[in-house]
Design a protein around this ligand. Structure first.
Ligand code: FES
Ligand code: FE2
Length: 373
């Protein structure tokens, strides 16, 4: 079956501009783990649809603002994450919890704003919601319900999994030279594992033959034609996992029954996984341009029952392994990107790729401006 997406969907800057408006500014976008925003004034900054966003703990409430000072448009917070009041570093304006300018140094002497002008000095605010410990932001004035994007059943699973997060995490961002959709499609494609990751990732998964059988049985009852709604595009799966047991595993509040590899595919660009309910990783394929992506990793463990002195080293070790697996994919995906030009042949999906076909259909309808909720 020929993909509905053409090569231009992977390299055209015009299409990339449309994606920003029709996908990323209309949908709920994952931004971080709630556990990383628990301290007063803790924050993360993210880019969504080309807009810099500040997500900040304001007196215990998580709020999202455009990260842009109304004075001369300086970002309020410049680091990817941290803990700091909302004070613009350029001329010292201080903002309150509603994003309104609270104090302006030497206001009367230097600025002389009238009351109207003064009232307008406010950060734009966006809606925030959480599914358990996963925080999402929506840039639309009239956001769709989160239930339209992620089914109630999937949300219940995410709430239960993320309840197990530790509040210590590690971040890593890797810049790659391909369109973000290639990476999301790649994680939906289990069939690449034996060829791309024969030594790194594949040995972790047990009974691969059974996995393929399970996938086949799913594909008989599901096809891209039955996955039509927005919430149909996000789903979870589990695979038997061979995980070496380490002493620290008994010191954390593990999720789930045991040796399973959990995948939560969250449309449009998140692969959230758990290794045995012990390690949790959000992989986000953040578009930078039509042909550049930043793969953003946030990795945490299950909650510690008692202090684990080696936790930083454990996190670093797991992150290193995850990056090595990604770099194996990157070689392939960058090679595919280099084959995309105006006249490149169409992609041909087999039946097992029905999830990719459904992704393509949904993506294309959203791009046209269709409302799928
Ligand atoms: S730009 Fe923010 S205080 Fe001047
Ligand atoms: Fe891979």
């Amino acid at each position: 079956m020929q993909s509905v997406l053409t090569s231009q969907h992977y390299f055209s800057e015009d299409i990339f501009d449309l994606e920003k408006e029709q996908l990323f500014k209309r949908l709920w976008n994952f931004v971080t783990f709630r556990t990383l925003l628990s301290l007063p004034n803790s924050f993360v900054t993210r880019e969504i649809g080309g807009v810099s966003i500040l997500i900040q703990n304001v007196s215990g409430e998580i709020k999202a603002f455009e990260n842009c000072c109304p004075h001369r448009l300086m970002p309020i917070q410049q680091q990817p994450f941290g803990q700091s009041r909302m004070v613009c570093r350029y001329h010292g304006w201080v903002f309150d919890g509603a994003g309104q300018v609270k104090t302006i140094p030497n206001e009367d002497e230097l600025y002389c704003f009238n009351q109207d002008e003064r009232n307008r000095l406010c950060l734009s605010q966006f809606q925030v919601t959480s599914i358990g410990n996963l925080v999402f932001v929506n840039l639309s004035d009239n956001p769709l319900s989160i239930d339209a994007q992620y089914s109630k059943e999937l949300q219940a699973q995410l709430i239960e999994v993320s309840r197990h997060f530790s509040d210590t995490a590690i971040h890593n961002n890797i810049d790659v030279n391909y369109n973000w959709k290639l990476n999301y499609e790649n994680v939906l494609d289990h069939n690449h594992l034996p060829y791309v990751h024969p030594k790194s990732f594949l040995p972790l998964l047990r009974k691969v033959k059974n996995i393929e059988k399970a996938q086949e049985s799913i594909s008989k009852s599901e096809s891209f034609e039955t996955l039509l709604t927005l919430s149909d595009q996000s789903f979870s799966s589990t695979t038997p996992l061979h995980i070496e047991s380490w002493p620290w595993h008994s010191l954390v509040d593990r999720y789930g029954p045991g040796d399973l590899y959990y995948n939560f595919f969250l449309f449009p660009n998140i692969n959230f996984i758990s290794l045995g309910g012990i390690i949790f990783l959000a992989q986000q394929f953040q578009p930078i341009s039509a042909t550049k992506t930043q793969v953003r990793f946030t990795l945490t463990t299950a909650k510690e029952k008692k202090r684990i002195p080696a936790l930083p080293a454990i996190l670093r070790g797991h992150m290193k392994a995850e990056v090595e697996v990604l770099l194996e994919d990157v070689k392939f995906l960058e090679a595919i990107q280099s084959n995309l030009h105006l006249h490149s042949p169409s992609v041909q999906h087999g039946q097992y790729e029905y999830r990719l076909a459904a992704f393509g259909n949904t993506y294309k309808k959203l791009l046209k401006g269709d409302c799928l909720w």
